[in-house]
Design a protein around this ligand. Sequence first.
Ligand SMILES: [Fe+2]
Length: 198
Amino acid sequence: MIKMIELPYPMNALEPYYSKETLELHYKILYKGYVDNTNKTHEQLENSRKNNDFTNIKCLEKNLSFFGSGVILHELFFTNMGPAIPTSPSVELMEQINKDFINYETFKKQFTQAAVNVEASGWCILVWEPRFNKLEILQCEKHQNLTLWGCIPLFVLDMWEHSYYLQYQTKRPDYINAFWNIVNWNEINKRFKNINKN
Ligand SMILES: [Fe+2]
């Protein structure tokens, strides 16, 4: 059984960029739902195997992908945010950003534009793709569509309405601009350091 992660900061720590009300809703209701449903799906799959009955397998595999990816992406998201104390990419990560995106400003622009243009509910994600040996920016629809298999997510932005509507309504760009103030590069640097680059 998987357990919810603890947030590494208080509920009001991201104010004013990300309100306490939004974070509470996001963590206590939405994220909890993904954890609970992943556990439920694991239990249902276990029962299917025990009973040798795979009648609902299509639905269960879909739920596993949806809820499971929801858990993983939310945990990356909550921890790649932090109080608005400026952090920056490490020397190593900045070198890679400069190599793959010309410079930090162009990376930020591409990430912001990709996030603004996520269709309906989804995510904007900076990943490491080992096959291409480079950083890529991906949009992800729902939690599991449009992924690039084998990639390692480094930095994610939740573009589902529940992540910003309470505070920013339809002003997606305002949410994204505010988000840049609470990016925790220390955590992203750690994730980048842990990958095995060729
Ligand atoms: Fe979310």
